[in-house]
Every structure is written in C-alpha cells, then in structure tokens.
Design a protein. Structure first.
Lengths: 409, 115
C-alpha cells in the first residue's frame, strides 16, 4: 500500500469564495506550461465588438465593485456568450458583456478579464507549484455560492440553483451526518471563523447539530494538540467586523473583500497543519466555491444529471436545468507531504461533489443513498484499499517530503 | 525548507464595515432569520432585518443570532441533562483567530434598527 495513504488519517477542506482559476492561477502557465491558464490567444468581446484580452492587472481590492453577477442567468450569459438557441455551444465569450450589464461602462467591464501575477499571490501560487494543482476542478453549478457549497456538504443542492439553503427533510444526508452516525463512528467538524462570521450552513447544521461546529481558534488548537477530527471543513471570515481582539478583515476573498487577507488565512491554515504532529497524517484541499462572475477560458463539461431539475422559473433563463453540466472552473490545490512537488492533475474532472464522494469512500468505503452527481463524481484521494491505482493516487511518494515551504504568517 | 514572505493587507484601507451588504451576506442574514424564528422567544433578537444595509450591520445581526442559537442549545441541553459540546463554549475570551486584524476593540458593530 502506498505509505501516503496508509498514513492518512485526516482530511481538511478549506473553501474560499468567488474567484476563477484563470483569475488566481492563470499566470502559472508561464511558469509551468502543463498548468492550463492564460495565453495570448484568449479574449472576450466587449459591447462595442472590440476584443478584450486577459491582462495581469488584477488588484487586491476596489476593482471588482460592484460584485460581478454570478447568479444563474448571468453565468449562462458568461458561458454561452448570449446565445439562447436550442443547439447553442458554450464558448466562454460573455464575461465582459455580463459585467457591462451592471454599470453600462465599457472600460469597467473589461476588468472582469484581469488576473493576478504569480508574485501577487505568493501563498496560492506557491502551494499550486509545490503540491497538486487541478486543471479541471469546476464549480458544481453555473450559479451562486450557497447551492455550490451545498454540493460540498451533501453532494447535491436538491434542485436549487439559487441562494436558498433551507434544505429540510431532503433525501440525502450531509457528509457530517454520515460520518458521525457510522459504525464505527467517525468524527467531523465544520470550523467557522468566529460567531460574527458564523457559517453558511445554518438551517440544518447550526440549528440542529451544534456539536458539529467549531471556531477557527479551536481548529488551531485541534491541530497543535493532535485532536483534528477525521474530516474538517473550514469556512473563512465572511465579513469585516470588530472583535474583542481587534478589527477582523474578511478573509473569504469574495469581491470586494481584500485578496491579501485571504492569502494570509490560507497560509495560516497550512502552517497550522504543517506545524502539527498530524502533518504526516493530513491532507488539505484548498478550493473556491465558484468563479464569482470572473473570466475563465475552459468550457464547463457535461456531467451525470442529478435526480432533480430546476424549473425554468427558478433558473431565470426560460429553460429548466437538469444539473447535467458543471459551473465555471475554480482553483483547487491538494496539499500533503506525500505529494510530489509540481504535480499537475490533468485529464480528470472534479467538482464539489467530489468532496463528499472522496470523504465517503476514504472513511466509509460506501454509503447509500447518495445523489447521482456524487456517486458519479471523481475522488481526489484514493480509498486505501487494494489495489490502489498508481496513476490516480496523488499521495504517491515512497518517503515523506522534508522540503515543504513555510509561510511567515 | 523555504520561508515564503506573505504581505499583510493594510487593515485601515481593507476594512470597510460600511460597505453595502453583498448577496451572500444577505442570504446568510435571511437564513439566520429563518433559524431565529424557531428559537424560544427569550432567545430571539427582534432585529428588523430589512433595515440591515451594511456589512457591519449584517455582522452584528449574524453574531447575535449565532450566539442566541448556541444559548438556546445550551439551555435545552441543561434542561435535558445532555452535555452538548458547542462552538460558543470553545470560544474563550482570549481566543483569537489569526488573520488580518488590528488593535483591540470591543465589538461595536453598528446595529440595525431594533423593533
């Protein structure tokens, strides 16, 4: 058995907010051509017909204001360029047009094509180059935050394409429910930043199962005292607020929140795990919930339809949606000292349903019932059951690395 | 082993609790409002959420309802003799989440109108 899988006891997922792959990691194509990022051949038409190329001019804050629209109809425009015909083909040509709709300002709309340089994002780009970066990790739905985060918790959004998270009496259990009710019992925790940021998983988890929740300081303690649960899901700080400790800047990277605050937060999560005695036994996935309306060039692929359908009224496009294609591509990085430096995961497709799919297969081997989307989703960590396919196992090193970077947080 | 320098944001310019509340926080407020309606009356905030316009106001409401939910669970657990380990209990006064923060201030988010 590969020692990386044999040693793995804890999986941690950190889900950030609303940034596309090209926007955050697109610059890395210049460093490693295997990473599918920004090239000179890419462009989007603006409303005058002029072609707008991606440019490395993204700023940490103050540039994407107003918040780019990323509700279902806007993302439909972004992906299909405004074509609503029955046999339309996705072309990723509607991002500038979509942002123009919000302010009717041609110059401002072009900023949706801007991306960060490698040097601007030392945390995210270092992690991408040092560990495993996914070329094809997509949001689960071409829509906003809550329904996409639902896929990370439940493997489905129960037919929702909007921000309604009142999932009550639904047919599929959350990954947390599955773990804590398993025999033998497993442990799971959702760590939110603090009570003023709270969680996006309110109705079911916080209301009904407060024992599943912890704060970020508790996560830090659990790392240092070797008390991490089997599965941890971390939410960043979703709002600017005062606390007893001082002024807390939102760290979720949701436009127009500060990108550097998010970099700092990602680094602190990584450092806490790396400094923990559990570092050899832990894998960390850093992923973004959806693209936030920001440009990416990769056409989202088709996928297994879910058993739910969103009505034409719910999608706002005049057409129903069968959850049979993915949302826009997002950054995703898997971190472990057992992953070879410079791993680029290519030729495989992942979305947020891959999270409960992976956790279920690794810790429980199987579980039923699960959504069609989840049961068909690829896993990013192989179950530690023979035979392990060496071409799929990312924790493949025979010996643990001792050259992993540190961040001065 | 390489040590990577991580630039810190300028908190003074990055922090803006008067920023108009975004769609995500609006949804969070609405969902907390739904959760609050299921709480015993003594734990409800009576904050009129339609008056919440800024991020700071949303943050204050989110804090108060989250604390109220924890208190309601603690009260229910005490009444039924159950020991529920909840997040609020783990969040001691000295705990601090490392992030971009500055200075030491008491919570003073601008409150939405209370009814």
């Amino acid at each position: 058995m590969p020692p990386g899988l044999d040693n793995l006891r804890h999986i941690v997922v950190l889900m950030m907010e609303n940034r596309s792959f090209d926007h955050m990691l697109g610059s890395l194509t210049a460093v490693d051509p295997r990473i599918d990022g920004v090239t000179d051949q890419l462009s989007n038409p603006d409303t005058t017909g002029a072609l707008v190329k991606p440019q490395p001019l993204a700023q940490f804050q103050g540039q994407l204001d107003p918040d780019p629209d990323h509700h279902f109809p806007a993302v439909d425009l972004q992906i299909f360029g405004g074509d609503t015909s029955p046999n339309r083909v996705a072309n990723m040509q509607g991002f500038v047009k979509s942002y123009f709709n919000q302010q009717q300002d041609v110059g401002h709309a072009q900023k949706i094509m801007y991306y960060f340089t490698e040097q601007q994002l030392p945390v995210l780009t270092t992690l991408a180059l040092e560990f495993a970066v996914f070329n094809r990790w997509f949001a689960s739905i071409p829509g906003p935050t809550i329904c996409n985060r639902a896929f990370a918790h439940y493997g489905t959004s129960f037919g929702r394409v909007d921000m309604n998270l009142l999932y009550v009496n639904e047919p599929f259990k959350s990954i947390y429910d599955r773990l804590i009710n398993a025999n033998p019992k497993h442990t799971a925790k959702l760590y939110y930043y603090d009570t003023t940021s709270s969680t996006m998983e309110i109705t079911n988890l916080l209301e009904n199962q407060p024992e599943l929740f912890g704060t970020y300081p508790q996560f830090l303690t659990d790392c240092s005292t070797s008390n991490l649960p089997d599965y941890s899901f971390i939410e960043p700080n979703f709002n600017d607020h005062d606390s007893d400790s001082g002024e807390e800047v939102a760290s979720d990277q949701h436009p127009d929140h500060n990108i550097q605050a998010g970099e700092l937060f990602i680094a602190s999560v990584y450092n806490a795990i790396k400094a923990s005695p559990l570092w050899p036994n832990t894998a960390l996935l850093v992923v973004y919930d959806e693209h936030g309306g920001i440009y990416d060039h990769v056409v989202p692929p088709a996928c297994t339809p879910d058993q739910f359908t969103a009505s034409a009224n719910d999608t706002g496009t005049g057409q129903p949606f069968a959850f049979d294609r993915l949302g826009v591509r997002v950054p995703a990085i898997l971190i472990s000292p057992w992953i070879p430096k410079g791993t680029v995961v290519d030729g495989r497709i992942f979305d947020h349903a891959s999270i409960p799919a992976t956790i279920t297969k690794f810790f429980l081997r199987d579980y039923s019932p699960r959504s069609p989307r989840e049961t068909s989703a690829d896993v990013f960590i192989e179950p530690n059951v023979a035979p392990v396919d060496p071409t799929r196992n990312l924790l493949s090193l025979a010996a643990m690395r001792d050259d992993c970077p540190d961040f001065d947080v | 082993m390489t040590l990577i320098h991580v630039p810190r944001p300028d908190v003074k310019s990055a922090m803006n609790p008067n920023r108009p509340v975004n769609a995500l926080l609006k949804a969070q407020v609405q969902h907390l409002h739904e959760a609050e309606r299921n709480l015993p009356l003594r734990h409800r905030t009576d904050i009129y959420i339609n008056a919440i316009k800024t991020e700071g106001e949303a943050a204050e409401y989110i804090r108060r309802v989250t604390e109220a939910i924890h208190e309601a669970h603690e009260a229910a657990a005490a009444k039924h003799g159950r020991g529920i380990a909840i997040a609020a209990a783990a969040e001691g006064p000295g705990d601090k989440a490392p992030g971009a923060s500055r200075g030491k201030k008491k919570s003073k988010g601008k409150r939405a109108r209370e009814t």
